[in-house]
Design a binder for this molecule. Structure first.
Ligand code: THG
Length: 262
């Protein structure tokens, strides 16, 4: 599993505050702690309340790159912001994200090709998040075709079926799991498949329990990557156990320690 650390996101009040105060210390800690806990990519998102997303994203990226040396997931709806960030990221970036909208795919895949970046493709179009697995899979295929047209490699594309909050969209939980299963069959080799795990428990009680239960179910369906909170130790333990049971790693008695050491 590829872990994308979710914690540097303005959805978290402490991060919004750190951005406003240009508090490097908090961002340094969040970056280091997530990498130590197993994140191999860090998501960077200024959140919905930023008055100046361009300058806030630049500051976050520069601050993160002072402490850790991992690829960053540029989580922004603004193409100009993504374009600027691609110029300053030191490691190969992940553009988070395009959707299946033709104009956006053209811009994003063009930029990804130019800057040798990977891309997350959301199964969404102008009419919003589909209700059905069929529509999600159709949009996934549209995204893969467009990426190939731009000369990107399948290995550099992550398809995202869009995980929804269980408290308002309960029936979507299973649709997303089935979509993951079908995304694997869109092409060979299969694309990478990612979800924003914490979406599932937003607004609900017992968030950590919901997150780890859904992660295990999604791994059983073929998930290969998740944007999640790597500091939730029970969550990462459940992930390691699920991958072991899915025969992705060889069993040994100290399987948790063995996984974390490698
Ligand atoms: N797909 C892709 N990218 C994504 C998402 C996705 N990026 C954003 C999001 N979804 C994944 N990241 C988060 C980060 C935080 C939370 C949920 C998803 C979260 N935050 C608390 C909340 O809103 O309740 C913050 C509360 C606090 O202030 O402490 O749940 O699906 N490609």
């Amino acid at each position: 599993m590829i872990i994308i650390g979710e914690l540097i996101n303005g959805m978290y009040k402490a991060v919004t505050r750190a951005i406003a105060d240009r508090d490097e210390v908090l961002i340094h800690h969040l970056a280091e702690d997530q990498v130590k806990a197993g994140a191999s990519i860090l998501d960077v998102n200024v959140g919905p309340f930023s008055n100046d997303p361009m300058s806030d994203m630049r500051w976050l990226i520069e601050t993160i790159q002072k402490t850790v040396d991992v690829p960053l997931s540029l989580d922004s709806t603004k193409i100009e912001v993504i374009e600027e960030c691609l110029k300053i990221t030191k490691k190969r970036a992940v553009v988070n994200s395009t959707n299946a909208d033709i104009e956006r795919m053209d811009r994003i895949f063009g930029l990804a090709k130019k800057h040798n970046a990977q891309v997350i493709g959301l199964a969404v179009d102008k009419s919003g998040v589909p209700d059905s697995r069929e529509k999600r899979v159709e949009l996934g295929a549209v995204i893969i075709n467009k990426a190939l047209e731009y000369g990107l490699s399948i290995d550099d594309i992550y398809l995202d079926p869009i995980a929804m909050p269980i408290n308002v969209a309960q029936a979507q939980g299973i649709e997303v799991l089935e979509t993951i299963r079908e995304f694997r069959m869109i092409c060979a080799p299969a694309p990478k498949i990612v979800i924003g795990l914490s979406n599932v428990s937003q607004g609900a009680k017992k968030r950590s329990l919901l997150n780890r239960t859904y992660l295990v179910m999604a791994i059983a369906s073929g998930l290969t990557c998740a944007i999640l909170d790597p500091l939730d130790k029970d969550l990462v333990d459940a992930m390691i156990a699920a991958e072991l049971i899915a025969n992705k790693n060889i069993y040994c008695d100290s399987f948790l320690d063995a996984y974390r050491k490698k």
